[in-house]
Design a protein around this ligand. Structure first.
Ligand code: CIR
Length: 256
C-alpha cells in the first residue's frame, strides 16, 4: 500500500526541458491542468500529496521520479544522467528527509535516473540506459541489497524506442508486468505474468498501479482492454503535454 506521493508542478519554462520530440512544444497551461488531474487521481487512490514548488531553474523538474529511488526505509538520491538535471537532486533532499531517516546517495561517476528503476514487490529491475550507467547501477544494487532487496539489470542501451526502462515496463499487482512487445521476452521477466503492449501502444506501458487502481494514459484501448481482462480497475488520464517532453505517468510522482 502507498500512502504518500511527492509531486512538483511543471515550471513556466517546462518546454525548455530535454526532449526527442520534434513536433509542437507542450502548452504550459494544459500541462498544469493535466498535472492537477493527475494529482487528483493520486488523491482518489488514497494518497496524501506533498506539493513542491515549481523549479524554474530546472525545466525537467516536474519529473520528480528521476531524482530518487525509494524503498520502505531508505531514500536513495540519484545522480541524473543528463547534466541539465543534476541540480534537481539538491531540491528533493529536504522533502525526503521529512519522511525518510536513512538517505543514501549515488556518487560520481555513477549516474542513475529513477525512471530506469522498476520496483516489483521486493525486487527491483535496474535499467542500464543512456542515463543510468553501470557504475550507478552497481552502487544502487548495493544500497538496495542493504535494505533487503534483490535486483537485476536490464540493458536497454541499444533500444532506440524508449528513454528509460519504465518507458517500456510497469509492475502492477503482485506478479504482473506490463511490458512493451520489444522487451516482453527478456529472460529477466520470466516467472512474472506478462501483459504485452503492442508496438503502436508502447507509450501506454508507462502506467502505474496505486493501491489497486491502474492509472494509464488516455487513448490506448488495447492495453485498457487487457487490463480489464485481468480484472484490474483502470483510470485513463490525459498526459499529452508530458509525452511531448518524453515523460509520462510514472515520472510525475514519487510514491511511497
Ligand atoms: C528528460 O529527458 O529527462 C525529461 N524530459 C523526461 C524525463 C521522463 N522521466 C521518466 O521517464 N522517468
Amino acid at each position: 500500500m502507498f500512502t504518500r506521493a511527492i509531486v512538483r508542478p511543471p515550471s513556466q519554462n517546462f518546454a525548455d526541458g530535454l526532449t526527442t520530440h520534434k513536433g509542437q512544444p507542450p502548452n504550459h497551461k494544459k500541462a498544469q491542468e493535466q498535472h492537477e488531474s493527475y494529482c487528483q487521481a493520486l488523491a482518489k487512490c488514497g494518497l496524501t500529496l506533498t506539493h513542491l514548488a515549481p523549479d524554474e531553474a530546472h525545466p525537467d523538474s516536474t519529473f520528480v521520479e528521476d531524482v530518487a529511488v525509494l524503498t520502505k526505509n531508505t531514500a536513495i538520491l540519484t545522480r541524473p544522467g543528463a547534466k541539465s538535471r543534476e541540480g534537481e537532486v539538491a531540491n528533493i533532499r529536504d522533502p525526503l528527509k521529512t519522511f525518510f531517516k536513512s538517505i543514501q546517495e549515488i556518487q560520481s561517476p555513477g549516474t542513475v535516473d529513477g525512471g530506469d528503476i522498476c520496483e516489483a514487490a521486493n525486487h527491483y529491475f535496474i535499467g542500464l540506459s543512456q542515463r543510468t550507467n553501470e557504475e550507478g547501477a552497481k552502487q544502487l544494487a548495493i544500497f538496495l541489497a542493504q535494505s533487503g532487496h534483490t535486483s537485476t539489470l536490464v540493458d536497454i542501451r541499444a533500444m532506440k524506442t524508449i528513454l528509460h526502462l519504465k518507458s517500456g515496463i510497469a509492475a502492477i499487482g503482485e506478479h504482473q508486468l506490463v511490458v512493451m512487445e520489444e522487451m516482453a521476452d527478456r529472460p529477466q521477466f520470466r516467472g512474472y505474468e506478462i501483459i504485452r503492449v503492442p508496438p503502436e501502444e508502447t507509450y501506454a506501458a508507462n502506467c502505474i498501479e496505486v493501491n489497486g487502481q491502474v492509472l494509464i494514459a488516455t487513448g490506448f484501448p488495447k492495453l485498457a482492454a487487457a487490463l480489464a481482462n485481468q480484472g484490474f480497475q483502470y483510470r485513463p488520464l490525459e498526459v499529452s503535454e508530458f509525452q511531448k517532453m518524453d515523460g509520462g505517468l510514472s515520472c510525475l510522482s514519487l510514491r511511497f
